[in-house]
Design a protein around this ligand. Structure first.
Ligand code: SF4
Length: 324
């Protein structure tokens, strides 16, 4: 039986539209009733187009954004009810790696200062211990101790992301939320950073939430993958079954765009019409305006995320009805 490290229930984030208040006026449902669990030692990939709510979900777990509603339990502790000070302490165990390492590293600080900062914030070690830990973690992520004196602009994109990863590791966290950590990197460098993250996961017994817009990127690193569309999970399954047999029409379309490294095999590419921004329906399934199988039921009723096979859940009337 795997231990649940993070349990998210009915999480919502609504933003007011224009100048109206959230209670009275129209609002955008960036994350709308999302529930999932993350088990100790696993990688949960969260995938979807830009604007689907995946990064907002990650930021709410860190409480960089306040949820509109819902529960986030980390190791049994309800994060959404912690005070700011208590949450600051909790962040020792939950760290984030960002998409753009250049923007997230202070250009005026040396790497030593950047990596020392989380230790100072959490009051870990004296100055010698901190210096040693900085050097140790530079080596762990494949850099060298002499890099500590340099500034972010003196590194390549891949090296900067290694620094971002080292910074996230400094406090010995249990959970790392990696928000598109390789999207800004060249393809060849992406593989190196993914390999590094996998190695670190095994060596340091880390748990990852790996956020990406591309199913191809999360495939090899994720144990399970959740696909988000317009603020909701539309499919959640173990990697093997999701890639072998995607059930939701949106997952099928996303997967058809992932190149296959076998020239003898051709997969039919599913082209979705419309885009996310102009396709938000008032009721029913959020995917109805782009779905080739939409029926009247789809236009009226939101499909629940239902487990249709062991460990494989989907939010689509095509499958939910077959279960009844
Ligand atoms: Fe398509 Fe209907 Fe399934 Fe939504 S519920 S994905 S519209 S078939």
């Amino acid at each position: 039986m795997q231990n649940v490290l993070l349990k998210v229930d009915n999480l919502k984030k609504y933003f007011p539209k224009g100048t109206s208040s959230l209670k009275k006026g129209p609002h955008v449902k960036a994350v709308d009733d999302v529930s999932f669990q993350v088990y100790e030692g696993e990688t949960l990939g969260i995938v979807g187009e830009s604007g689907c709510g995946k990064s907002t979900t990650g930021r709410m777990i860190m409480r960089l954004l306040e949820p509109t509603d819902g529960s986030i339990k980390f190791n049994g502790v309800e994060l959404s009810s912690l005070s700011k000070q208590e949450m600051r302490k909790a962040r020792r165990d939950i760290q984030m790696v960002f998409q753009d390492p250049y923007a997230s590293l202070n250009p005026r600080h040396t790497v030593k200062k950047i990596l020392e900062e989380p230790l100072i914030v959490h009051d870990i070690g004296n100055s010698t211990e901190r210096k040693n830990r900085v050097e140790e973690y530079l080596e762990i992520v494949g850099l060298s101790s002499y890099h500590a004196k340099r500034y972010p602009h003196q590194f390549s994109g891949g090296q900067r992301q290694r620094i971002g990863i080292a910074r996230a590791l400094m406090t010995n966290p249990k959970l790392i939320i990696a928000d598109e950590p390789v999207s800004a990197l060249d393809v060849s460098i992406q593989a190196q950073v993914l390999n590094l993250m996998q190695r670190l996961q095994q060596e340091l017994k880390l748990t990852y939430i790996f956020i990406a817009h591309d199913l191809g990127v999360v495939r090899h690193i994720s144990d399970r993958v959740g696909v988000m569309y317009l603020g909701r999970f539309v499919e959640l399954a173990d990697s093997e079954s999701l890639y072998a047999e995607p059930l939701h029409p949106y997952t099928q379309a996303l997967l058809s765009a992932v190149p296959i490294p076998d020239p003898t095999y051709e997969r039919e590419k599913i082209i979705l019409t419309g885009d996310v921004s102009n396709a938000i329906p008032n009721k029913g399934c959020t995917f109805q305006t782009r779905c080739p199988y939409a029926t009247l039921t789809c236009k009226m009723t939101v499909p629940d995320l239902v487990e249709v096979k062991p460990g494989h859940s989907v939010a689509c009337h095509l499958f939910n009805e077959a279960q009844q």
